[in-house]
Design a protein around this ligand. Structure first.
Ligand code: NI
Ligand code: MN
Length: 227
């Protein structure tokens, strides 16, 4: 499994030739300028956690170029259908679906969701992806919530993508609590630094995770790693 960071909460996963893209916010992201070629991003599936601009800004253009199937809540896929994106798969919280790459579950996130044009964006969520060999939890924008215990009951999460930027989502301390709740020691940081409200001290974040016996990966924008 190869993971590439495109900035903010946008990641690409490549697993056995299948490309899965999360929450594309690239062209408006100053931090990604010159580091990511949005036209070169591959996607067979695009997973959108919720409707906020900083998660869907490039969704329509990438979906049109790649033909990727866009998976999100019913309200967001309906909105995309109205924008000419036909290849969509609607879900809602607690639902799961078997796809060629594995099992996908749309799980609770405590946040809000409205689309860039003011359309209601349904309930925000996160995703659990159960591949044949490993399990990924992508939390989306969320507060720490006891519902995360349900993930641990059902899945053996190997790697968790968690927001650490605070203010709009969990911060570092709550992300540590979330990692413990889902019993996952490999954390990939997201939703930090992009805006002044979520500027994050990387060294402090890393050392707090380390003290908790967890590994926090803070990826350079445009870089990849193997999971
Ligand atoms: Ni949000
Ligand atoms: Mn956000």
């Amino acid at each position: 499994m190869k993971v590439t960071y495109y900035g903010h909460s946008c990641f690409g996963l490549e697993n056995n030739g299948t490309h899965i893209l999360f929450d594309p916010f690239i062209s408006p992201n100053e931090l990604a300028k010159g580091k990511v070629d949005v036209e070169a991003i591959k996607a067979d599936y695009m997973l959108l956690s919720h409707g906020h601009e900083d998660h869907v800004a490039d969704a329509i253009s990438i979906a049109k170029r790649t033909g990727a199937q866009v998976i999100s809540n019913f309200e967001i896929t309906t909105w995309l259908n109205g924008k000419g994106i036909e290849n969509t798969h609607p879900m809602n919280l607690g639902g799961q679906v078997k796809l060629p790459f594995g099992k996908l579950k749309y799980v609770t996130a405590i946040h809000s969701s409205v689309l860039p044009d003011g359309t209601y964006g349904g309930n925000p969520g996160g995703f659990v992806l159960q591949f044949s060999d490993l399990c990924i939890y992508y939390a989306g924008d969320t507060a720490l919530t006891m519902d995360m215990q349900l993930i641990e009951r059902e899945f053996d999460v190997d790697h968790a993508f968690l927001p650490i930027g605070d203010n709009f989502t969990m911060g570092v301390d709550d992300a540590i609590a979330a990692a413990k709740m889902v019993k996952c020691s490999s954390i990939i940081a997201m939703h930090y630094d992009t805006f002044p409200y979520i500027k994050t001290d990387h060294g402090e974040a890393r050392s707090k995770f380390e003290k908790a016996g967890l590994e926090l990966k803070i990826m350079e924008i445009g870089s990849s790693l193997s999971l």
